[in-house]
Design a protein around this ligand. Sequence first.
Ligand code: NAD
Ligand code: IPM
Ligand code: MN
Length: 353
Amino acid sequence: MNTYKIALIPGDGIGPEVVLEAVRVLNRAAELDGSFSFHFTEYPWGCQYYLEHGEMMPEDGIETLKHYDAILLGAVGYPGVPDHISLRDLLLRIRHDFDEYVNVRPVKLLKGAPCPLKDVNREDIDMIFIRENSEGEYAGSGAWLYPDTEQEVVIQNGVFSRKGCERIIRYAYELARKENKTLTSISKGNALNYSMVFWDKVFKEVGKDYPDVETHTLLVDAASMFMVKDPKRFQVVVASNLFGDILTDLGAAISGGMGLAAGANLNPERTFPSMFEPIHGSAPDIAGKGIANPLATIWAASQLLDHLGHEDWGKKILDAIETMLEEKISLTPDLGGTATTQECGKALASLLK
Ligand code: NAD
Ligand code: IPM
Ligand code: MN
């Protein structure tokens, strides 16, 4: 029996509520399969931990996580702790220190999922965002000079390394080739005259190795417009850290909402564990009410199973999500239902075969 060691970081707000349901589903898949099982270890890191200990995780937190097969995270950030501390010291720290440089975020309108766009066929919304996840606008480089004076100046640098751009762009080309899909690069070279001009240059250079892949390039402002007006243009999409962040919330909005949007933070070399999470945050407005939609986290659990080589179970989970949407089984209020988080998770687990 293969036992996978999974670190759980439920985190803040609705994080623990949705992680519990994803764990239920993972255990159910393992039980039905019979050839593998999970050993979960929960870490209570997050904003409450910060208020008690003055840090988001212990000093040796990264060392502790290193030995797991994967990490499942709920959400981080809560009123009472500044977001730039809570997120940079936990979530972004893990992505960075484990070199999880690929953030895979599917934007797919499942059958039965609500979509606010008119005149769009369900099949037209089927993209996969490859977001750079280790540097760029999130590099954390900058300065705050003369604070609280008239001379105050803040500088936030974007860091775009050749290695960083090449590897994410290559990953996207490989995926497009493998899946026989088009690849769209999103940038902003008309205004960001260093970083994005460089990004576009690397996109062209790497593309020489993939003459078989049909490519498109779009400026990020036009890309946002086309995602709403003509989403079928997009198949595999590659974007920088910040552009990918923003566009995948837009992607969530057109494919069922935040309660259905998942992401995998991958270290493709598998030197370090990869981390799986919903793309939504801690949702303080609904935390503790038992109505958070767990399906995004369950979708992330499906990505986790794919990553561990159990694509059959990954697919079964995604199919079960689709069945629930189509047949309106135990959906939470964000999807027009009246189910609780737990009822939704239990319904999904019982649909698995
Ligand atoms: P959010 O994603 O937490 O919430 C945005 C809106 O979507 C809210 O109305 C919320 O109720 C709704 N929503 C989100 N997830 C839902 C779910 N599963 N089911 C039903 N409704 C859901 O974004 P925000 O309000 O901008 O941020 C709240 C906090 O979370 C902040 O501290 C922010 O920094 C943090 N955050 C963390 C992550 C993360 O941990 N990955 C991601 C985004 C935001
Ligand atoms: C996400 C989140 C994070 C990001 C925040 C919370 C730092 O918005 O995962 O999309 O910007 O990457
Ligand atoms: Mn985001």
